[in-house]
Design a protein around this ligand. Structure first.
Ligand SMILES: Nc1ncnc2c1ncn2[C@@H]1O[C@H](COP(=O)(O)OP(=O)(O)OP(=O)(O)O)[C@@H](O)[C@H]1O
Length: 518
């Protein structure tokens, strides 16, 4: 992988960039576990200011500072907006870091590099996963407006985010929402002639053109993800939860109808159209499936979830939509309730703890049936349904995820370590056996398994043009796993799973990354 020489990162920057040591900060707790490395809540010793430290993972880097991190830093430095996370500085840890046995890692670069960000109390996924939490309609409008404002700013500045999803939308206790994680972002220009990789955006939020292999695209890719988030906020759970690319396309077609030259001129020229076009005609069902949304919400959602990227609404036009200008109006961010901090990492950890408690209780029951009566009651996953009502327009809704069990008493209440990789979702989102490692086989499964019930006309999902880079920061992470699809032509949306909340899905962040096309 290409890289900049260590120590040459901030040549044109003011001396403070990269010149301070991480020792100026006291790490308080881990709040995230990303592809790059860990994210910590920390306090600047001199000022007492609370910040987030994102460690740049160097363990796979043989040739210097990772190019993706350089790109993220460059882009973040260029973007200065109230709805985009602020990168305050870069700090380093000079010496080799030692493990608990006092040994250093033996990597070429002994030090570590951290990005210092303003601290945000929540990410949207973590916040939405709080048991019993209900977002109001003015609150949803307020978050959506900020998301669109931040994204419009990025697009005007010719930056594509390329990984819009709940855990990358950070929220503070003043109600401000900021776009974060620009690790997959890139600058583009409308006259850009080169190809971009289509293997970006977390699967559930990835638009059909990328799934069909398009390598020339623009800001509309982010708007599809925004549509998925918008529907998720209103519906109370993720709406398109494929476990691999073919299944994701399948779910999109089931909801948005099959693409053809009428609704999407040029679609038949996308690289993988013939391989993946549905074998039978499907009609668009957005209005039917989301009939409980109010009229203006539905109208806006339709424009976001438009198959043809050239007809998809832009962030600017979305901000002008009736939805944001009719009662109930978006609330003032400052009027929003303040919550104890919540990040996806932490809520997943709590669920993991809950699962462990349940397993332990089961084991104990098997071993000592008579003693079990004395154990504290264990909440079974199905019992969580009491918390989960599907929101209908005009009322508060649960954005809490489907079938999520309440937390075990005594479980962690704050940020915890050990986040399992996966998508937003409750423990039952993982298939039996846990979140599968996609690898090539897992991520591009043979569609002859017939997932999704619709079927494509082609075979396997096309393999990488180039082998994924083992050292790529986004390269080899696990794939989202999944239960059965939560939607089919015959079943009401989200109603196919036990308990009427849809089955469980877990997801994967990103597929192998193509280093040629970026
Ligand atoms: N400035 C911040 N303030 C508070 N929490 C943050 C901040 N930045 C990141 N986090 C937390 O850390 C998590 C991971 O951060 P981020 O997405 O930037 O890292 P990443 O390595 O790109 O992770 P991933 O691969 O999961 O996207 C976020 O979902 C969020 O919960």
């Amino acid at each position: 992988m290409a890289g900049a020489a260590y120590g040459q990162l901030n040549l044109e920057e003011s001396p403070s960039w990269g010149s301070r040591s991480v020792d100026c900060f006291e790490k308080l707790e881990q709040i995230g576990e990303g592809t790059y490395g860990q994210v910590y809540m920390a306090r600047e010793i001199k000022t007492g200011e609370i910040v987030a430290l994102k460690k740049i993972r160097m363990d796979n880097e043989k040739e210097g500072f990772p190019i993706t991190a350089i790109r993220e830093i460059k882009i973040l430095k260029k973007l200065q907006h109230e709805n985009v996370i602020k990168l305050k500085e870069i700090v380093t840890s000079p010496g080799p870091e030692v493990d608990e046995h006092g040994k250093s890692g033996g990597h070429k670069y002994k030090g570590s590099i951290y990005m210092v960000f303003e601290y945000m109390d929540h990410d949207l996924t973590g916040l939405a996963d709080r048991p019993g939490l209900r977002f109001t309609i003015p609150q949803i409008k307020c978050y959506m407006k900020q998301l669109l404002t931040g994204l419009h700013y990025c697009h005007v500045n010719q930056v594509l985010h390329r990984d819009i999803k709940g855990s990358n939308l950070l929220i503070d206790n003043e109600g401000n929402l900021k776009l974060a994680d620009f690790g997959l972002a890139r600058s583009y220009s409308s006259d850009h002639k080169g190809n971009l990789t289509n293997r970006v955006i977390t699967l559930w939020y990835r638009p059909p053109e990328l799934l069909l292999g398009a390598t020339k695209y623009g800001p509309s890719v982010d708007m599809w993800s925004v549509g998925c988030i918008f529907a998720e906020l209103l519906h109370g759970k993720p709406i398109l939860t494929g476990k691999n690319e073919p299944e994701q396309l399948n779910k999109i077609f089931e909801l948005c109808g099959s693409p053809d030259e009428v609704n999407w001129p040029g679609v038949s020229r996308t690289p993988w159209y013939n391989k993946f076009k549905p074998s039978r005609q499907m009609k668009r069902r957005v209005r039917e499936v989301f009939r409980h949304f109010d009229r203006n919400a539905l109208e806006l959602l339709e424009k976001m979830l438009t198959l043809d990227p050239s007809q998809r609404i832009s962030a600017k036009d979305a901000l002008d939509a009736e939805y944001f200008w009719t009662d109930p109006l978006p609330c003032d961010p400052k009027s929003l309730p303040k919550y104890e901090s919540s990040h996806e990492f932490q809520t997943k950890k709590k669920r993991q703890q809950q699962r462990q408690n349940e397993e332990q209780a089961k084991r104990q029951k098997l071993q000592h049936p008579q003693q079990h009566a004395r154990l504290p009651p264990v909440q079974q996953p199905g019992q969580a349904q009491a918390h989960s009502q599907v929101w209908a327009g005009g009322h508060n809704h649960p954005m809490g995820n489907s079938g999520q069990a309440p937390l075990a008493a005594g479980g962690p209440t704050h940020h915890q370590f050990g986040k399992p990789r996966g998508p937003p979702g409750g423990p039952n989102r993982y298939p039996p056996g846990g979140n599968p490692n996609p690898g090539v086989g897992g991520y591009y499964p043979d569609r002859s398994t017939g997932q999704g019930g619709v079927g494509f006309s082609g075979g396997q999902y096309p393999p990488q043009a180039r082998a994924p880079s083992a050292s790529g920061p986004r390269g080899s992470s696990a794939g989202y796993g999944v239960g059965p699809p939560n939607y089919s032509q015959n079943v009401p949306y989200g109603g196919s799973g036990a308990g009427g909340r849809g089955p469980n899905v877990a997801g994967n962040r990103n597929p192998p990354y193509n280093w040629q096309q970026q």
